[in-house]
Design a protein around this ligand. Structure first.
Ligand code: GLN
Length: 277
């Protein structure tokens, strides 16, 4: 409850001053503005309504994300790449628009979309009833799960054994929401999933609750960790769009359907996730 109030307050602060949203955050990516297509500064122009006049063919389509979530979105050199970045690019192409990607803290994405700073949020974002109070979701495009990462020699063998433990999550994610409901658990919130994984490696926490695909990547990149077989939840990812932008919602759903039919969506996923995993 306290957290809800806090995020509401945060949302109000964000609406009042967009620029302040990421700046108090120690995440390196928070508030960063990056563009795949044309460069746009972090000045006032950025805070303008992204879903204005230019939202039709020939205009720009602004995607809000948090590029700390491989294989869905992550940095590769100066670029933001990953499944979501490619899906967004394919949607932009279908709509005859130019994609621009804004990188920000995960818990700023809904506010950016509902406030019109971005047209859509793609961030491995789970459809969730609380989020649906503030944004609409497109049709879903991926199945996901919250999983548990522990050290290889951990005594924790499944979700039931998380009670009373110190659990690391990424702030504002569904992992955060579920961990909060675990009996007597102490929840440590990090700006990036990777920071939670590093804390686990340093024995500062007992487990990390995070989405399955980034979990695989983080475990492969960090020694001595494993993902438990039994997931904590089943979830689905979709694209967040402002409540008052039904036109874009319809266009995005049409584009998604065509990407599913043509096999392009599967092709994008297969590029980043091998089927035998
Ligand atoms: N799927 C999770 C959520 O929607 C985490 C997403 C993320 O960390 N990018 O909350």
């Amino acid at each position: 409850m306290k957290k809800k109030l806090l995020s509401l307050l945060l949302a109000v602060v964000c609406v009042v001053s967009m620029a302040a949203c990421g700046s108090g955050n120690d995440s390196g990516s928070a508030g960063d503005s990056q563009s795949q297509a044309e460069s746009s500064g972090t000045d006032d122009a950025d805070a303008e309504d992204a879903s204005g006049e230019d939202s039709g063919e020939g205009g720009k389509l602004v995607m809000a994300t948090n590029a700390e979530f491989p294989p869905y979105e992550y940095h590769e050199g100066d670029e933001i790449v990953g499944i979501d970045a490619e899906i967004a690019a394919a949607i932009a192409e279908e709509l005859g628009m130019t994609l621009e990607i804004e990188d920000m803290a995960f818990d700023s994405i809904i506010t950016a979309v509902s406030g019109g700073k971005a047209d859509m949020g793609l961030a491995g974002m789970t459809v969730d009833p609380d989020r649906q109070k503030n944004v609409n979701f497109s049709d879903t495009y991926a199945k996901a799960a919250q999983v548990i990462i522990v050290k290889e020699d951990s005594e924790i063998a499944g979700p039931d054994e998380l009670a009373g433990k110190k659990i690391g999550v990424q702030l504002g994610t569904t992992g955060d929401i579920y961990a909060e409901d675990i009996e007597d658990a102490e929840v440590e919130r990090y700006n990036k999933g990777m920071e939670a994984v590093q804390a686990l490696q340093q024995d500062k926490i007992d487990a990390v609750v995070i989405d399955g695909e980034p979990a695989k990547v983080f475990v492969a990149e960090n020694e001595g960790l494993k993902v438990l077989d039994e997931p904590l939840t089943e979830e689905e990812y979709a694209i967040a769009i402002a409540k008052d932008n039904d036109e874009l919602l319809e266009k995005v759903n049409t584009a998604l359907a065509s990407l599913k039919d043509s096999g392009k969506l599967d092709e994008i996923v297969a590029k980043y996730i091998s089927a035998d995993e």
